[in-house]
Structures are given as structure tokens and as C-alpha cells.
Design a protein around this ligand. Sequence first.
Ligand code: PNW
Length: 493
Amino acid sequence: MAQFEFDSSIKGALPADFQWGYATAAPQIEGAWNKDGKGLSIWDTFGHTPDKVKDGSNADDTARSYDLYKQDVARMKRYGVTAYRFSLSWSRIIPLGGKDDPVNEQGIEFYSKLIDELIANGITPFVTLFHWDTPQALEDRYGGMLDKEKYIPDFNRYARVCFERLGDRVKQWITYNEPGVYTLAGYAAGVHAPARSSFRDLNEEGDSSTEPFIVAHTELLSHAYAAKIYKEEFKPQQKGTIMITLHGNWNEPWDESDPKDVEAAQRAQEFEIAWFADPLYKTGDYPASMRAQLGDRLPRFTPEESRLVLGSSEAYGMNSYTAFYVRHRDAEPDINDHKGNVEVSDTNKHGVERGIESDTPWLRTSPWGWGKLLRWIWDRYQTPIFITENGTTAKGEHDFKPKGPDDVLEDPHRIDFYKSYLSEVAKASQEGVVIKSYFGWTFTDNWEWAAGFTDRFGATWVDFDDPEKPRYAKRSAYFLRDFFGHLIKGGTN
Ligand code: PNW
């Protein structure tokens, strides 16, 4: 008897070549922070700075996937995935990060073995070059991405090493993960590495009114150069695809009958998503709404840069989690505003909640917004979408006491989340929105950046108190396996 019940109207809604699995990031799962020649990243520094991480933890061990990758791949196979998205640690591959610095062969060796293990188990690797862990040496030398002239050649060289050494087997490359979250959390709010902002109670240095836009510009340009290198020097033989992954939640008008709120919601959408996506997929330039508010604080593309960026990403990598209500503000925008001068709230004018709570304050289950977002992206950019992250935490998962190695954690909140969001993916796909992949965030519980171990996003529960970091399945892992067996054409359910 089937364990879960599925809606027959969406059976076979996704194409037979649809890829699905889980996404992870090196600093959140690998551990081995100083093992086998790895250099420091800005997240090692951040974790070792007192009072930066909520529970006082650091990225030294995390889930120890560096040591446990074989059992992890075997577990993924049991979960039925067809693909796995993970990131490379730049400072594991080039410990000092720079274009003239030595390559660490042991770092290459680790990723090479992981890739071989995946392929041997029939799992397609999707590889992200950069998931927020800038080499600390580059931050120290010239301020990392604040200096695009020095940074771009270093990133190009790193990308080239990865294509050269791993591109014979990796056919799906992602340059950056969420350039927007990297710059907003690290340079506007100052709550992520490299911990810069205008707020002197929190950070010693930084300028929230300018640096986020400078760093974003560096990310777009360095992405585009790396994509050009891939397409010109590697793609002809290796025949892979290269893209970037953008973050973005859905912004819904607080009062849908007020044209100012409708406009504010669209503006919020542009500040969050079109900031990166318009230069990449639509115009080669930043949205007019951003230029109007930010003026010269927003960098300008030269005509050559604009041509380089537009069309550089071969697909739309999409990370999204939730939705918010937004209301216009009558006051002038704050100098440190990066949201488009809006007020964000959990309820709309009629008191309707944006969704039920998870264990993470910003994240509510809002499938209604996710469905709208899929169509907004498709309508505006007309580019095939690879969903590269989506998922949730659930309350109460810190108290799980496994009764044995095969005990399964019941996580109905996460199952409901995945069921509702994937039903929207299926419906959008039936309508003609081109969606090629789905990666749940995330495979195992991990180190959730500044939240430390307090946010459990995994489909697998990890006992972080045990130095061996044993893993236990959550029920949602089996739900996803069975649901994809229903949704993908020719599947078993
Ligand atoms: C993503 N938001 O970050 C990252 O890619 C992951 O590394 C991270 O663990 C995961 O989502 C869960 O947080 C985001 O506030 C952080 O909307 C914040 C937001 C979105 C994505």
C-alpha cells in the first residue's frame, strides 16, 4: 500500500528528464576546516569571532561530510535522487585564493572522489563554484569583492582550475549562489561574513549605503567572465552548461486595491530579483526603479560590460523559500535601504497571514507566492528555470531522541511544505513554464551560517552532540522520493 496519497491531476506533470535531489554548501557541511591543506575562508574567521554566531558554534566540524561523503552518497541513492548540488570550497582548492597562489592537490582530490562516487551511483553533480566562502587571504590582501580589478582575475583563475580538473565529469556549473544574499547580509546588514556595515555597534567597518551595490557589481562581472571562459575554452569539448543562482522571495501588495502598494510590491521584486536578473537576462542594466532611488550609488556598466553580462547565464538558477506582504512608504527612502522603500509585514490589510510559521523567523509556508513567483520569472525572463533551492525548518526538531539507527523522524510540517510547493511547480509546468530541476534545501541538517546549529533544514537529522555526527532519515526524504515518482513522467507512483 502506498504510504502517501497524491493528486492524480498532476501525475506526470514534470518531463522525464527532470532532475531532482538536494542542495548543500561546503562551509555548512564539510567540516575539516583546516585539514589536508585547506586555507581559511571568511566563514572560518567569522565562526571564530566571539558573539557572531547565535549558539557560539563555528564551521570547524559541521556535519563532517568531508569524512562521511561515501555514506552520504549511499544515503542519497536510497532517497532516490537523480542529482546532487554542492559547492566547492575555493580555499580548499587554492588555499590563498589568488591567481598566482598554489593549487592544493588534496583539495582537488577530495572533490574528484566525491564526483566519481556520485557518478558511480547514477547521481548527476551540479557544482557551485562560490557559496559565500571567500578565501580569507583575498579579503586581507585587497578587501575581496570590494576591489573588482584585483578580484576578477583571482576568481577567473579559480574557475579555470575547476573547469580544467573537474569539467570532464561535471556538466552543470553554477558560478555564484545568491549573490544578493551574500552582499546584503555581509555588507548591508553586516550579520554574515565578512561582517561589514554602517552600524558601528555591530561592525567596525563598512558602508551599507554603497558597498552592497559595489560587491553585487563585482559578482555579476566575475560571473560573466567565468562563463565566457567556460563557453570559449571548455564547453566545446566538455559540453556542459553554466548558470548563476539568484535568490528571491515573492512580494505581494499589502493592499491590492491601493495602486501605491501594487507599485511598491513590483519595486520590491525589482530590488530583490531584477537587480541581478535584468542585467543577466533582460537589458544588460539595472532596473530603472533602482537607478531612480540609488542614483550614483549604483555602479554603471560600460557598454562592453553590459554585453558581457547579458546572456552570460545559460539558464535561470532559482532559490526561493517564502513570500511577504509589502506596503508603500510615504517617507523618503533611508540611505541604507535596499528593499525599494517598502514596509514588510506578515499579514495583509485584511489580516491574512502570509503562511504558517517554521522554526526560522523569516520563513513561512507560502506556496501561493511561490506559484506567482515562478510565473513572474518565466514571464519576465523567458529562460528555462532550474530550481536550485527550496525547503524549510520545522519546530521541535532539536528534541529528537533516535531509538536506533533506522529510526525515522516524523516531520509533517516539512512534508506539507514540500507537497504544496511541488504541486505549484507541477501546475506551472503544465501551464508551460519551463522548469528543469528541483533541489530541496537541504540533504542533512547543517551549520546554518550565523544561526549556527539552531536551524535544522535537512531531510536527514544529524546528532551534532555526537562527534561521529550520525545521521537519521526524516520522513520527508521518503515523501519526496515517492512524490517525484508521481510527478515525473514515466515514474513509478
Ligand atoms: C539560502 N531570505 O540563503 C542559502 O543559499 C543557504 O546556504 C541557506 O542555508 C538557506 O538559504 C537557508 O537559509 C538564504 O531571508 C538566506 O530570504 C536568507 C533568505 C533566503 C535565502
